[in-house]
Write a new protein. Structure first.
Length: 269
């Protein structure tokens, strides 16, 4: 009988060891001759009320909620070396670097920022933990203007209002500003010509009064530098070489801040 008890204890100990989650702390400990590297990944879980924003490329960002929603802005069809299938993608058609004619059919929600010519489109996608909506804007087209040809998309998640200005070609009018509402975080094109010129973009951002601005869509360092210089009188500048940031309503900076992210395609760990 005693033998059976000892055997049961041994088997239970082995089973427990096999089911045990690997220790993150042990993996990071310094072991002579071995270097462990733990990289932050877009696959890492998020705490409740946190949102992660990863800069992929050009005007494409990955926005993630704590409960696993993955949203990609200005989706072009390529995200990197990853099997990620986003829950939502948004697109604008000012140029082919902001959309694709062949989005992955496995994506549940594909939201173009345009509709029938001149009529625009309206999105109000309620996913429970995230609301995705848009405000139509005009774009330059064939030497003229296509009314309501693009959209500013707004993502309401974890109490934050996140705006992606897209390929904005004109300063919003009063009605469009009102439709945007409060924005805590704004992704803004700072190329200085293909979208808005830098002075106009600075005026737009100063009116929106977002606590966090993330520059995007620049082609040369000088355009980014000109934008940062022009905004430095009212915004703190943070440029730490990161490609992503995690924030919540509680951790928004107390002073308006420009957070420069470096674009990096997604790569599965």
């Amino acid at each position: 009988m005693r033998f059976l008890v000892v055997l049961w204890v041994m088997l239970a100990t082995v089973a427990s060891a096999q089911d045990r989650r690997p220790s993150h702390c042990i993996a990071l400990a310094q072991v002579p001759g071995i270097e462990f590297l733990h990289k932050a990944s877009f696959r890492d879980p998020l705490a409740v009320h946190d949102v992660r924003i990863s800069y992929i490329s050009h005007a494409s960002f990955l926005i993630q909620s704590h409960d696993g929603l993955d949203v990609v802005t200005d989706y072009t069809g390529f995200l990197g070396v990853t099997n990620l299938v986003p829950d939502v993608v948004t697109m604008n058609h000012a140029h082919n670097t902001h959309w694709t004619t062949n989005p992955d059919p496995a994506i549940p929600h594909v939201l173009p920022g345009w509709g029938d010519y001149g009529l625009g489109i309206e999105h109000h996608l309620d996913l429970g933990s995230m609301l995705v909506r848009n405000v139509s804007t005009d774009i330059r087209s064939f030497g003229g203007v296509e009314e309501k040809g693009n959209s500013i998309f707004v993502f309401e998640v974890a109490g934050l209002c996140i705006g992606h200005l897209g390929h904005l070609h004109h300063e919003p009018n009063d009605a469009q500003y009102a439709a945007l509402g409060r924005l805590d975080v704004v992704m803004a094109a700072v190329d200085g010509g293909m979208s808005l010129d830098v002075p106009t973009m600075m005026r737009v951002l100063k009116r929106l009064k977002a606590q966090v601005v993330i520059p995007m869509h620049w082609f040369e360092e000088w355009t980014l530098s000109a934008f940062l210089t022009g905004m430095s009188d009212e915004y703190l500048i943070e440029n730490e070489g990161r490609s992503s940031l995690t924030m919540s309503l509680r951790t928004l900076p107390s002073s308006p801040t420009i957070k420069v992210l470096s674009p990096r395609y997604l790569q599965d760990p």
